[in-house]
Ligand binder design. Structure first.
Ligand code: GAL
Length: 673
């Protein structure tokens, strides 16, 4: 059983003191105290300084920092520094360096540049990780272990010979024999048949389309290879320091790791969020990321491990966050389930590739900058919000997210390059976001589906029979399942369902799909809710399916084009529930018409009656219901609080009968009843 050493709402950031002379460190602590910092991440990229050569270690500077943090009462999220190996290591063992799909071996000189199947790298990483853990396991400042950093951030896949050998072993474990691989990949086509394990390579750059099942398996294999690196470090940590939480920080929106799988191995989900300050950026894209992160461990609060106090340095144009914006995005993280807000980084670098990335202490180096004042201001809010810790996020609606489906769906030669899984997740999510209806994300196999009144399934192109059975049981027990077009085409082997589309969902939906037709960008097709010949009163885009209903009833029909007169929207009553199928992606208004009806019938309600431009969420715990109201729009918004007697937790005083929010302003209301 692990001890949770994190106190209150975690607040702080990545602290990289090795960039500074020691005189600066004391000033850092003074400024951290001023800002209410209680938690810092240390040593994330410090491997080269901690290990000058193969048999030499140098911990004195880190000892000093740990002691200073301990004395200051600031907890440390201590990293195993494996995210960037020293140059001497890459030079001694050049096979550590990863190889691209085109066969180019990367050179060192940046960071996160290693092959996940390099035994030399693994040996060296285990060694430094063990040294760090053994040295600091009993240090009073230690709060949490942080392994590596943002796995796959810079290299998603390696195609070297070591990976090829490891891939063959992975395939052998999965399929038993070369013949098993041949069967699943369908290699009798295009003369791809393999007779020997050594014939099988990573899907390196080749002439035309690579085999899709091969590509998908390689993605799975890479995910597993990188997960093994995390598990290798986690084991070292748990053998030596079993009571301290272990995690690694995730990225979103990032499809390279199956985060539902990974989340089972971290003690707390943490992630790094970098919304673009540009006005064209939609804040619901960050809201969805938070909701995904919270959902990975079934609704447990997460930590926002990094955000930029102001601008980043890696976009084409790196705008500063306008005054108030950092605080509003910080509220948004809390609003969706964060129990901690951390920054990258504490003090802005003067040299190196991130010198123009913002930091809490800016290049002025003092407490007088606008950015620092905003950091202090947020810190003082967090002191008043300590009771929010551990509050849950009550959702009755969920959206399915399946990373393997994402990989399969976006194979380079599928039916439409216009089908972007993330864009579709965001599209369906936005409907609920604008209506103030809380949403979780679920995995078809790993999540508890029974908690939800409604589950929306966008573009589940690939699904297993087991997932199909789970969805059927969910509906029979009273759930409302809303499946989007293009679903149920292939099984988990990437083979088209023998019984036709939508395969394992067909019985639940009470229909079959004969053919599909992806639409051109911008192309729209009209629908009618009035009948086969009815006048058009809806529209959709992206994709259309030719549906044949069996048990399902038709709710709307295509009223033009090649599907004219065929069902476009169907509903199948099964057991105590309903299974809907949308044979097209409905436009915003049509989607609203469909989902509002289903919400009404399921008793799913909005948190508040408020304009769509306001983002509203709610968390709850024994202290009450914490409502977050966030105005990301450019207009003032005024809201009547009706007969509720909310408390403003930042002042402890009643919130009043109405609330006005200026652009980029947020508010928190506590309902203690
Ligand atoms: C993150 C990374 C940090 C820092 C930051 C800059 O991806 O974990 O180390 O580079 O980006 O935005």
């Amino acid at each position: 059983m692990k001890e949770i050493r994190r106190k209150g709402i975690c607040y702080g950031g990545d602290y990289n003191p090795e960039q500074w002379p020691q005189e600066v460190w004391a000033d850092d602590i003074r400024l951290m105290k001023m800002a209410g910092v209680n938690f810092v991440s240390v040593a994330i990229f410090s491997w080269a300084l901690l290990q000058p050569s193969e048999d030499e270690f140098e911990f004195s500077w880190l000892d000093k920092i740990m002691d200073m943090m301990g004395e200051a009462g600031i907890g440390v999220d201590l990293a195993t520094p494996t995210a960037a190996q020293p140059a001497w290591l890459s030079r001694t063992y050049p096979e550590i360096l990863p190889v691209s799909k085109e066969g180019m071996r990367y050179s060192y000189g940046s960071r996160q540049c290693y092959c996940p199947n390099s035994t030399d790298w693994k040996r060296a990483a285990s060694r430094i990780a063990r040294k760090v853990v053994e040295r600091y396991k009993d240090h009073p400042a230690l709060v949490m272990w942080h392994t590596n950093n943002e796995y796959t951030c810079h290299v998603q896949e390696c195609y070297c010979d070591n990976c090829a050998a490891a891939f063959r072993l992975w395939l052998e474990k999965r399929y038993g024999s070369v013949e098993g691989v041949n069967r699943v990949w369908g290699t009798k086509f295009w003369s791809q048949y393999y007779y020997d394990w050594m014939d099988i390579l990573p899907p390196r750059k080749t002439t035309a389309q690579p085999n899709p099942a091969h590509v998908l398996d390689y993605r799975r294999f890479m995910n597993d290879s990188v997960l093994d690196l995390y598990l290798m470090e986690k084991k070292i940590i748990e053998d030596i320091s079993p009571q301290v939480e272990v995690m690694t920080n995730f990225m979103m929106t990032w499809k390279d790791l199956d985060l539902f799988q990974w989340a089972e191995h971290v003690d707390v989900v943490t992630w790094n969020s970098y919304p673009d300050p540009d006005p064209s950026y939609d804040p619901s894209w960050t809201a969805i990321d938070h909701d995904i992160m919270r959902s990975l461990k079934g609704g447990k609060p997460f930590l926002l491990m990094e955000q930029a106090p102001s601008q980043v340095n890696w976009r084409r144009v790196n705008r500063a966050k306008a005054p108030g914006m950092m605080k509003l995005y910080s509220y948004q993280a809390l609003a969706h389930g964060a129990d901690g807000l951390m920054f990258f980084q504490w003090r802005q670098s003067r040299r190196g590739s991130e010198k123009f990335h913002s930091a809490c202490v800016t290049h002025t180096g003092d407490e007088h900058s606008r950015v620092f004042r905003e950091v202090v201001d947020l810190g003082s809010d967090l002191k008043m919000l300590e009771d929010l810790k551990d509050a849950s996020y009550p959702s009755e609606t969920a959206i399915v997210l399946d990373y393997e489906n994402w990989w399969a769906l976006e194979y380079e030669n599928n039916q439409s390059s216009e089908v972007d899984y993330l864009e579709n997740l965001r599209y369906f999510y936005k409907h609920f976001y604008e209506r103030h209806i809380p949403v979780d994300f679920v995995h078809p196999l790993r999540s508890d589906l029974s908690r939800y009144k409604m589950i929306v399934v966008p573009f589940l192109y690939m699904l297993s029979r087991e997932a199909g059975n789970r969805f059927r049981d969910y509906v029979k027990a009273g759930g409302r399942l809303v499946v989007g077009c293009g679903s149920g085409i292939v099984d988990e082997e990437e083979a088209v369902f023998e019984e036709g589309y939508p395969g394992a969902l067909s019985g639940t939906l009470g229909l079959s799909v004969e053919e599909f037709d992806p639409l051109y960008p911008g192309q729209r097709v009209c629908l009618s809710f009035e009948g086969k010949e009815g006048k058009p009163d809806g529209e959709g885009d992206l994709w259309q399916d030719r549906i044949h209903t069996r048990e399902a009833e038709t709710v709307a029909w295509f009223s033009e084009g090649m599907m004219k007169g065929a069902p476009a929207l169907t509903c199948n009553k099964l057991g105590k529930g309903e299974a809907w199928y949308m044979g097209i992606r409905p436009d915003k208004e049509t989607l609203a018409r469909i989902l509002e009806g289903i919400c009404r019938d399921s008793g799913i309600e909005a948190l508040m009656d408020a304009p769509p431009s306001l983002e509203i969420t709610c968390r709850e715990n024994e202290k009450g219901r914490w409502y977050f109201l966030m105005n990301f729009s450019e207009e003032n918004v005024c809201l009547s609080l009706k007969d509720k007697n909310y408390i403003n937790p930042l002042t402890g005083r009643p919130a009043g009968a109405q609330i006005g929010l200026a652009p980029l302003e947020g508010a928190i209301l506590l309902d203690v009843q």
